[in-house]
Structure formats: C-alpha cells, structure tokens
Design a binder for this molecule. Structure first.
Ligand code: HEC
Ligand code: HEC
Ligand code: HEC
Ligand code: HEC
Ligand code: HEC
Ligand code: HEC
Ligand code: HEC
Ligand code: HEC
Length: 504
C-alpha cells in the first residue's frame, strides 16, 4: 500500500538544498537549529502546522515527532580534561563534580539569599525549606556524635556564607575521615577513584556522544568517584545503610555490571532477601554477626574503602581473559578462601572459585570463535559497512572497533560488530560475574551461557549473509559503495569523532 505523499515543489527544494548546503558545511550539523528537508516534508504530510518546528517549543509533535527538529540543551558547561574543549556537560554536572563545577568562583551558582549564618539559623530556615534534609541530618551521627566529639552542622559541610555555599565532595569528608578517604582514592584502574576523571573525562569513548546521554553515565561514574554519599546516602550518612546490598546495587546492576542481579540469584542473595530484615546491621561484618555475606562483607571487609583491594587483577570488567586461579595470584586467592572459611569448608570454597576460573576460560572460546569470523570479513573487506564507511570514532579514526586502534563501542558500527561486542562485554563479562557470585538462575551461569550460544548463532548467520551477498555481487560485477546513512544523519552528526576529525 502506498502512503499518500506530497512531493516537494521545485522552489521548496531549492530553499531546502541551499539550507542543507549552508548547514552541512563539514561536518553536517543539524543541531544548528535549521529545519531540514525531511522535517519539512513530514510537517506537510502530517498536517503539523505550516512547517517543521523546534523541539523546545512545547508543541506536541505527533507520530514520532517527525516534524520537529533538534535544538540541543539551552545551557552547557564546558567539558574537562584532555578533550574538554570538544564537548560539554548539562548543568547537572555541578552536583556530580562539585569541586570543579560548584565550589569555584567561575561556576558557583547564585543564591537568592545573602549573609553569614550560624548552624542554628541554617537549621531553623531549612526545617521549613527542606524538612526532609534536616530530619535526616538530625538522625545522623554528625548531629549527635559519640561523647567528646564535636557535632558536624550544615555549616561545617556547606559553609556559613549563603552567597558562596559549598557542595562537599570526598575532599570535604576526608578532612575528618582520612582513612576512608585514602581507601576511596586508592585502587587504581577499575576502581572508584578512576570512574570519572579518567574513565569519563580522559577516555573519550564516554564523551563520544551528546551531553544528554553522557549525563546518564555520570550518575554512576561521577558519584562513584567524587562523592561519599554513593553508599552513605545524605544526610544521614549511615554506616548500617552502607553494609546492605542496596548501597551498591544502585550502580552495580544492569548490563555490563550485573553483580547485584547475580548476587540476588545466589543462595547468599536468596537468604538475604528472606532474612536480612531480622539482622542487627549495627554490628561489624563478620561470620558471627551475619548468616550470609553482602557486597560490602566480601569487598569492603574490615571497613576497607579501596574496593579493589580484593580484586585479583584488572580485567576491564572481566572483558580481558585471565586465570584468576593461576599460581601467581595465590595470595589473593588464599584471602578469598579465608573469607569464605568463616562459613564454609576450605575445600568447598576452593572448588567454587575454581569453577569460576574454568567457566570464564571456556566463555572466551565463544568470543574468539566469533572474532575469527569478524576479522576475516574485515580483511576481505566484506563488512557492511567497513570502518571507513562509518562516522569517525571518538579519536577521529576509522579502525575496526574491536581491535587495537579502534574504539570499542555499541554504536556507529556494523551489525556483526555490535553482536560481537555484546557477546564479549554484556555476556562474557556477565558469566564472570555470575560465577564469582554463585548465580544459579537456570542451570547455566544465570542464563548467560545460553545467551552466548544464541549470539554466536546470530553472528554466524550474519557472516554467512555477508559472504553470500558479496558472492552474488561479485558474480554480477556490482561494486557496492556503502550508503551514506552510515556516516551521516541528524543524530550521527553529533558524535565527537566528527569534531576530532575536523580539529574543532
Ligand atoms: C533565612 C533562611 C535561610 C537561612 C538562615 C539559611 N538558608 Fe540555606 N537556603 C534558604 C533558601 C530559601 C534556599 C533556596 C533558595 C536558593 O537556593 O537560593 C536555600 C538554599 C540552600 C542550599 C541549596 C543551594 C543550591 O544550590 O541549591 C544549601 C546547601 C543551603 N541553603 C545551606 C544553608 C546553610 C549551610 C545555612 C547556614 C549556614 C543556610 N542554608 C542558612 C534559606 C536559608
Ligand atoms: C557531613 C556533611 C554534610 C552535612 C553536615 C550537611 N550536608 Fe547537605 N549535602 C552534603 C552532600 C555530600 C551533598 C551532596 C553534594 C552534591 O550533590 O554534590 C549535600 C547536599 C545538600 C543540598 C542540595 C542537594 C539536595 O538534595 O537538594 C542541600 C539543600 C543541603 N545539602 C542542605 C543541608 C542542610 C540544611 C544541612 C543541615 C541540616 C546539611 N545540608 C548538612 C553534605 C552535608
Ligand atoms: C568536621 C568533621 C567531619 C566531617 C567534615 C565529616 N564527618 Fe563524618 N563523622 C564525623 C564525626 C565526629 C562522626 C561521629 C563519630 C562517632 O560518633 O564516633 C562521623 C561519623 C560518620 C559516619 C559513621 C556513621 C555511623 O552510622 O556510624 C559516616 C559514614 C560519615 N561520618 C561519613 C561522612 C561523610 C560522607 C562526610 C562528607 C559528606 C563526612 N562524614 C564529613 C566527623 C566528620
Ligand atoms: C555511585 C555508583 C557506585 C556505587 C554506589 C558503588 N560503586 Fe563500585 N563501581 C562503580 C563504578 C562506576 C565502577 C567502575 C570504576 C571505573 O570506571 O574505573 C566501580 C568499580 C567497583 C569495583 C572494581 C571493579 C573492577 O572491575 O575492578 C568494585 C569491586 C566495586 N566497585 C565494588 C562496590 C561495592 C562493594 C559497592 C557497595 C558497597 C560499590 N562498589 C558501590 C560505581 C559504584
Ligand atoms: C548503573 C550505573 C552505571 C551507569 C549508568 C554507567 N556505568 Fe559504567 N560502570 C558501572 C560499574 C558498576 C562499572 C564497574 C563494573 C565492573 O568493573 O565489573 C562500570 C564500568 C565501566 C567501564 C570500565 C572501566 C574500567 O576501567 O574497568 C567503562 C569504560 C564504563 N563503565 C563506561 C560507561 C559509559 C560509557 C556509560 C554511559 C553510556 C556508563 N559506563 C554508564 C556503572 C555504570
Ligand atoms: C561471597 C563473597 C562475595 C559477595 C557477597 C559479593 N562478591 Fe563480588 N566478587 C566476589 C569474588 C570472589 C569476585 C572475584 C574477584 C577476583 O578474584 O578478582 C568478585 C568480583 C566482583 C567484581 C569485579 C571485580 C574485579 O576486579 O573484576 C565486582 C564489581 C563485584 N564483585 C561487585 C559485587 C557487588 C556489587 C556485590 C553485591 C551485590 C558483590 N560483589 C557481592 C565475591 C563476592
Ligand atoms: C563503596 C561504598 C562506600 C563508599 C563510596 C564510601 N563508604 Fe564509607 N563505609 C562503607 C561501608 C560498607 C562501611 C562499613 C564497613 C564495615 O562495616 O566494616 C563504611 C564505613 C564508614 C565509616 C565508619 C567507620 C567506622 O569505623 O565506624 C566512615 C566514617 C565512612 N565510611 C566514611 C566514608 C567517607 C568519608 C567516604 C568517602 C571518602 C566513604 N565512606 C565512602 C561504604 C562506603
Ligand atoms: C557469612 C557466612 C558466609 C560466607 C562468608 C560465605 N558464605 Fe557461601 N553460603 C552461606 C550460607 C549460609 C549458604 C547457604 C547454605 C546452604 O545452601 O545450605 C551459602 C551458600 C553458598 C553457595 C551455594 C550453596 C551450595 O551448597 O552450593 C555457594 C556456591 C557459596 N555459598 C559460595 C561461597 C563463597 C565462594 C564464599 C567466599 C567467597 C562464601 N560463600 C562466603 C554463608 C556464607
């Protein structure tokens, strides 16, 4: 069935083409706020006013918003780090990186209230302004510490000058809690201290996309690095809260970091769900006080704030292959066995951890099998599209996303690369997390072994399809040139790679 379709008039086309030429001076930038041919055509087709309109007008653009065009955030804060000049953050960043985006002369937001106040005055006003905050603070150890210690008021963390308020980062907390600060800043690659300044600001893959999407990454990555209230939520800053599994779950769940789901599918997690409400969470984390361990019990035992202290070796979330049971890691392995030994026999613990090692090694055979297909297709130039046919990656380059020199990513790649990325980053990683945490949902590593099988079939299916099309084209003498839509589009043109390439 044919859709009713209005053709553009020659005059319209001329206008549209000249706008496109004007706006698409390299790289094509739809964000410039100009209505484009497609939106104009859709506006007429859908009867949405006379012409396309900006997406910040408040008008409802029906049927998928086809007659609206992107205007971008009203305000962006400049980026930070090596590529700072090339990207921006939503204003939300001031809560995620307060030392830089709140507590400095340059970015400090204006307050509607001037003057210097003492803590009693803060409390009086804010009991009206934000009763929840004051109540949580009242319940905290900061409001009523142990004998002989001074209370910590609003003013100690936020300052007394209401025109120049401070938003506290780990630095402020660390003034009084130095041991925790040292742990929090330790751990190196993969740890909380790496999560934002390095993995986000210095490693461009995270900022390769528009600010609105990067904001989603910040919620976990910037809070993890810059604030202590990721685990001790404000304003109670409670230690009992941090011992429970929920304090990690807010970040350690979902694709690529399924630790919470895996834990919940284990005996430990099931018993936790059934019984945890009866336990006395004011007690230190050890085998006398708790029937099963929580995340913090295993990863922060003894109040250790460097969460990587018990990690065998850095593996980029488990996407690098390693035998954690190899002799050179004996010391760490013995540490784990000693921890399990509080509630299990040593033999039981060793067997469980060995099953993790073996399950991990096997899971990589499927990734290698898939990659062998992808690399052959790449060498024979049969990927559709080839890296050169795509928008540049965040480095400005055009290398195979899954090999050195290329930027591993979920977007701006061919179908078979995406499937293979998922087989590694979403699945092989998940199998490690499942085995490390005793997940027993279905007989096979919390489902992911079956998922890997499925993805391997899909990858083979796609490889077969690409080869057969290439064969047909060869026989017919067709020289296929990849379609331009792989490189350009309203969204695709916003990638950092274009800016890197053009040196902007
Ligand atoms: C006279 C009443 C009053 C007093 C006293 C007062 N505040 Fe406020 N405070 C407000 C109001 C109203 C707002 C919200 C309006 C604004 O942010 O400009 C606010 C906002 C804040 C914010 C949020 C700032 C932001 O960026 O959203 C913080 C933090 C704060 N006050 C801390 C304090 C501290 C600490 C003290 C004591 C040193 C204090 N306040 C004393 C009335 C008061
Ligand atoms: C031990 C330090 C500490 C104390 C004491 C403290 N705060 Fe905060 N406050 C924080 C932290 C940490 C944040 C979050 C900072 C961020 O988002 O970057 C915060 C954020 C805030 C915010 C803005 C965020 C929101 O959720 O709206 C307000 C308002 C605020 N505090 C008010 C108060 C008031 C009022 C008191 C006293 C009753 C108080 N604070 C005591 C550490 C403290
Ligand atoms: C001015 C010093 C000071 C600052 C700044 C400070 N604290 Fe504290 N903190 C204390 C004191 C004092 C106690 C109570 C110790 C006690 O009662 O033994 C405490 C207790 C705690 C506890 C234990 C609570 C419990 O339930 O046992 C946590 C967690 C904590 N602080 C976190 C933080 C965080 C997070 C920040 C920053 C947002 C912070 N503190 C800033 C002095 C400070
Ligand atoms: C606010 C979000 C957030 C919270 C809360 C959080 N984490 Fe993390 N965690 C992260 C991020 C993000 C990383 C990855 C850091 C990086 O990019 O280098 C990480 C890394 C880790 C690592 C190292 C992983 C590796 O591959 O080396 C461990 C272990 C860890 N967290 C354990 C915990 C535990 C246990 C808790 C709760 C007690 C917790 N985390 C709470 C966000 C969080
Ligand atoms: C729900 C919280 C959350 C969100 C949102 C999130 N991450 Fe993460 N990320 C984590 C955790 C937790 C880890 C550590 C997992 C592990 O090591 O096993 C991590 C690890 C990483 C790592 C590996 C760091 C290393 O050195 O091991 C990268 C890269 C990463 N995330 C990128 C991103 C990007 C890009 C986004 C946004 C598209 C994002 N993350 C959004 C929680 C999150
Ligand atoms: C019974 C102890 C135990 C519990 C409970 C536990 N873990 Fe683990 N976790 C492990 C072991 C063992 C490993 C593998 C560590 C290694 O050998 O490097 C691991 C690995 C991890 C890793 C990857 C670390 C790395 O360096 O690769 C993260 C992140 C993690 N766990 C987070 C969590 C979270 C979040 C929870 C709670 C939902 C949790 N764990 C509960 C034992 C535990
Ligand atoms: C990854 C989660 C996490 C983060 C982030 C975190 N904590 Fe903790 N914190 C915990 C856990 C869990 C405990 C309880 C450990 C135990 O019971 O052995 C704890 C305990 C504490 C205590 C109580 C120590 C005692 O002996 O009673 C203080 C104080 C504290 N943390 C301060 C901080 C400060 C300051 C920061 C930031 C520099 C911070 N925490 C960041 C999870 C966290
Ligand atoms: C605080 C006590 C405690 C600690 C510490 C602990 N566990 Fe457990 N674990 C339990 C309890 C209780 C069960 C339930 C036993 C049952 O199934 O009857 C359990 C069950 C298990 C199970 C599933 C039951 C089975 O028979 O297969 C595995 C696997 C497991 N734990 C592994 C470990 C490993 C590995 C460690 C150390 C990294 C560890 N646990 C640390 C208490 C603990």
């Amino acid at each position: 069935m044919n859709m009713p379709k209005k053709t553009l008039m020659a005059g319209d086309l001329l206008v549209v083409v000249s706008i496109v030429l004007l706006v698409c001076a390299f790289p094509c930038n739809y964000a410039a706020g100009k209505a484009l041919a497609f939106q104009e055509e859709m506006a007429r087709l859908l009867g949405q006013g006379q012409s396309a309109g900006p997406d910040d007008s408040g008008d409802v653009y029906h049927l998928g918003g086809l007659a609206g065009y992107y205007t971008g955030p009203g305000e962006l804060f400049p980026g930070k780090g090596k590529y700072g000049e090339l990207y921006g953050f939503l204003p939300l960043i001031r809560w995620y990186d307060p030392d830089y985006y709140y507590n400095t002369q340059e970015f400090r937001p204006e307050s509607s209230l001037d003057g210097w106040y003492k803590n009693d005055q803060c409390v009086i006003c804010h009991t009206v302004e934000n009763p929840g905050i004051v109540e949580q603070w009242r319940r905290s150890k900061h409001a009523s510490p142990a004998e002989g210690k001074e209370a910590v008021g609003c003013d100690r963390c936020h300052g007394n000058n209401h025109a120049e308020l401070v938003m506290p980062s780990y630095n402020s907390c660390g003034e009084c809690h130095q041991e925790q600060l040292r742990g929090h800043r330790g751990g190196g690659q993969g740890g909380h201290a790496h999560a934002y300044s390095i993995d986000l600001c210095e490693q461009g893959s995270l900022i390769g996309k528009p600010a609105e999407e990067v904001a989603g990454c910040l919620t976990c990555h910037a809070i993890a690095e810059n604030r202590c209230d990721g685990c001790h939520s404000r304003h109670q800053f409670s230690v009992t809260e941090a011992r429970k599994t929920g304090s990690c779950a807010v970040c350690h769940s979902g694709p690529e970091q399924y630790e919470y789901e895996m834990y919940m599918q284990s005996y430990h997690g099931q018993i936790y769900q059934n019984e945890a409400y009866e336990w006395d969470w004011t007690q230190p984390l050890n085998a006398k006080n708790y029937k099963v361990p929580t995340c913090a019990y295993c990863h922060m035992n003894g109040g250790e704030h460097n969460v990587r202290k018990t990690s065998t070796v850095y593996t980029y979330m488990g996407t690098s292959l390693v035998d954690r049971g190899a002799p050179r890691y004996k010391e760490i392995r013995e540490g784990w066995v000693a921890l399990c030994k509080g509630c299990h026999s040593q033999r039981f613990a060793r067997d469980q951890l060995e099953a993790m090692d073996e399950g991990v090694k096997l899971s990589f055979t499927k990734y290698r099998e898939a990659m062998a297909l992808v690399v052959d297709l790449y060498k024979e130039k049969m990927l559709d599209p080839m890296p050169a046919d795509l928008a540049p990656d965040w480095t400005g380059g055009h290398n195979l996303s899954l090999l050195p020199g290329g930027a591993a990513r979920k977007y701006n790649i061919s179908e078979i690369e995406r499937l293979t990325y998922e087989l590694l980053v979403d699945m092989t990683d998940a199998i490690y997390k499942a085995k490390a945490h005793g997940a027993v949902y279905s007989p096979i590593y919390g489902y992911w072994e079956w998922a890997q099988d499925r993805w391997l079939v899909q990858i083979k299916n796609e490889a077969s399809r690409l080869r057969r099309i290439a064969e047909i084209e060869k026989q017919l003498g067709i020289e296929h040139v990849a379609y331009d839509f792989w490189k350009h589009g309203e969204y695709t043109d916003m990638y950092l790679g274009w800016k890197m390439k053009s040196g902007r």
